[in-house]
Design a protein around this ligand. Structure first.
Ligand SMILES: [Zn+2]
Length: 80
């Protein structure tokens, strides 16, 4: 969950799963966070809804550890 100040700058990020408040400084999250902004489509029962949530890195690890099929991970190629 994200809260923004009156100036539109990110003020606060809270893990939706455990409630931990993540470190935010000058509008930037300073620790690992998984953010979902998922738009459900016509074929779902949530057509027209957009679901937003954030997970801290510990919760991300615990949630994805429950997957029967592991997350696909690839190394990001940094463009310098
Ligand atoms: Zn958490």
């Amino acid at each position: 969950m994200r809260k923004y100040g009156k100036d539109g700058r990110l003020d606060c990020v809270i893990c939706n799963r455990c409630g931990k408040k993540l470190a935010v400084k000058h509008g930037i999250v300073r620790e690992g966070v998984f953010t979902s902004d998922h738009r459900w489509d016509f074929f779902s029962e949530k057509d027209g809804e957009i679901h937003h949530f954030d997970l801290c890195e510990d919760c991300y690890n615990e949630v994805t550890a429950e997957f029967r099929v592991p997350v696909d991970v690839e190394d990001e190629i940094e463009l310098l």
